[in-house]
Design a protein around this ligand. Sequence first.
Ligand SMILES: NC(=O)C1=CN([C@@H]2O[C@H](COP(=O)(O)OP(=O)(O)OC[C@H]3O[C@@H](n4cnc5c(N)ncnc54)[C@H](O)[C@@H]3O)[C@@H](O)[C@H]2O)C=CC1
Ligand SMILES: O=C(O)C1=N[C@H](C(=O)O)C[C@H](O)C1
Length: 259
Amino acid sequence: MTHPLRVAVLGATGRMGAQTCAALEAADGLELVARVGRGEDVGAAVRAARADVAVDFTVPAATEANVHAVLDAGAHAVVGTTGWDDDSRRRVAEHLGRLNAARGVAEPDLGVLIAPNFGLSAVLAMTFAARAARYFESAEVVELHHPDKVDAPSGTARHTAAAIARARAEAGLGPMPDATEAGIEARGADVDGVRVHAVRLRGLVAHEEILFGNVGEQLVIRQDSFDRVSFMPGVLLAVREVGSRPGLTVGLENVLDLS
Ligand SMILES: NC(=O)C1=CN([C@@H]2O[C@H](COP(=O)(O)OP(=O)(O)OC[C@H]3O[C@@H](n4cnc5c(N)ncnc54)[C@H](O)[C@@H]3O)[C@@H](O)[C@H]2O)C=CC1
Ligand SMILES: O=C(O)C1=N[C@H](C(=O)O)C[C@H](O)C1
């Protein structure tokens, strides 16, 4: 009989952390062994709980340090928190490289899976947008969230825009048409040359629209997470998979074989 995977949750009293704890408690083959909150020593908590995997749903300012502490404690990390950039991802990849090179043959290599969004509808929307991007002159992203969200634009919108920009560059497309001369601040954030607009509205949870335009036509891809329960199948999949994916994986699309 295989033992259940031992899982710690960082940010356990937050909106996503609490939902994740509930999902883990209801899941087969997974055991919630630590609820870690703000101000606690993450490494010590993960070690004390003998966690195999730690899930991070904290805040952008804390998430990178948490992941380094989890790795030093010998556990895999699944990360949903936003705020990651090329530099922080590179530092985690280097840390993983050093640790995995030093691990014994009997120990599985450590993995970190960072997913800007665990919702299936969001992962599919991002994937479809990346596929569509090369065929359109114009593309813009609108993300819409609850007003308690601390960062903008959302991690999902950044990931989406970056993928659109990559696809456009690979297809040899130049900058998008935009004649704006005055009021550029009303055109949203510029993420790799793609405009991203952030709406904050009471009643919303997490939503994204990707707009594509050509002369005489438009394509709109939209996804809606109406409830945080929608993120849980993706979180549980990531927890189960991260141990068999050594090194750094960014995006649940890689686990779902959509990339
Ligand atoms: N990848 C995904 O599918 C999703 C990602 N998110 C992201 O997850 C993060 C958390 O979102 P929410 O749960 O809505 O926020 P929240 O504000 O409800 O929860 C954050 C929790 O982290 C705790 N915390 C802060 N610093 C900490 C530290 N150093 N160690 C441990 N705990 C700490 C806070 O006390 C709080 O309980 C955000 O970055 C959000 O954008 C949210 C929803 C889905
Ligand atoms: O803060 C949220 O709520 C969400 N954060 C993530 C993001 O910034 O993309 C994922 C989802 O949009 C919900």
